[in-house]
Design a protein around this ligand. Sequence first.
Ligand code: PLP
Length: 473
Amino acid sequence: MTSSATSAAANGITRKNLQTTALLHRTPWVPPVATGGEGIYVTLEDGRKVLDAVGGAAVACIGASSAHVKQAIKEQLDRLPYVYSMQLSNEPAEKLAKILTAGENNAFELVAFVSGGSEAMEGAIKLAKQYYEEIGQPQRKNFISRQLSYHGNTVSTLALAYHPARRAPYEAILDHDNFHHVSPAFAKRFQRSDETEKQYVLRLQKELDDKFLALGPDTVIGFCAETVGGATTGACPAPKGYFKAMKEVCDKHGALLILDEVMTGIGRMGTLHAWESYGDGVAPDIQAVAKGLSAGYAPIGAVLMSKKIVDGIRGKSGFWKHGHTYQSHPLACAAAVAVQEVIESENLLENCRDQGAYLAKLLNERLRGPNALAAPYTFDIRGGGLLWGIEFDFDSPNARKVDLKGKAFAMEVQARALENNLIIMGMVGGANLEGNKGDHLLLSPAYNITKEEVEKLVDILVESIEQVLKESF
Ligand code: PLP
């Protein structure tokens, strides 16, 4: 038995009782148990050190070893573990809010902290509705979002988004009256061969405008989108000019632009906010962030509010009619402040851009180059910063046939990669509404990944893909 397995057993955790626990919690199988972490590596119960190329779920953006963050959490724990934010604020929450609203051209005036991404998006929905109640437009009740989107796993955020698989069991209880959907921004799949990128964007803009008109423009609260597609379309950036075009429609009808940057914000795209990576200055009225905010050192999410929203509410009730018990949790806020300090002091946004570009170059060379075994099946490599998706397609008539025996390629590669000491995320059925296309892999390593680690990541990834392919010929 390895030492980590011994310590798990010493803690009373055995495979047998874990089996029961896992069934009760969620999965019908027991995933490997993680027992430690160092840098971007995770140690498993069998003693293996695996390179985490997705940072959990695009969360662990500075790795597991930050002494600065650990110290900040310990100090806050000693000083004050908890206060109820409806009665008392706390120092790290105030400091974190200042960090997120700092800077001359900052788009946001106030911030509210919650415990994760779904809560942040629920908060965004409620804040937007409250805004229109308070400025005297209570008839506004409709949200428009996009097919192939993900905004969280609560009932309202499932209704807001359109993740076919995650919605499926709950369709009957989702609100179909107030949540509406338009096409995703996914040029590789849905831009027609007879249209330019600009024409594609204009088509999407018209579709959104038509949806406003059909619902009654003065009944719409806002258009909500992931700034870069994540859990459904796999790291899919919007086409050039898309958000400018969508914002024009929102402005024309007096509605809000709400961006979900739970996965893509706080540096993931190489800029603090993902919308900054498009370089067109289109900022939202309300924005949700989570994952990278505390890098996984503690659960936290945030709702960022523009001046327009704050002014609307400040002039009336003066407070956001929303709250959770763990809102502005001092330990989570202390962790997040320290994470932001690490990102700043170690210049990690720059590293994110540099290593992201290097990762993309290697992926293109090794998966699409002239001698790449995977080239005939690599449909798309897309993303930015340190969020990259690799989509596969097995329909090409010119490619050697593979027989996957009914299994999803991406999931087979994910399993093989883990055997080869690499954690990646396989996803299936994201690319169309029928869910029968879109086998893809997601990569979102920590912002402090080194060049050597990028090379190792790509080596193991390509090896895993090729192993699965060779076994399927
Ligand atoms: N919104 C987006 C874009 C996400 O990617 C996610 C999670 O992956 C969520 C919301 C939900 O966040 P959480 O899982 O923290 O509730």
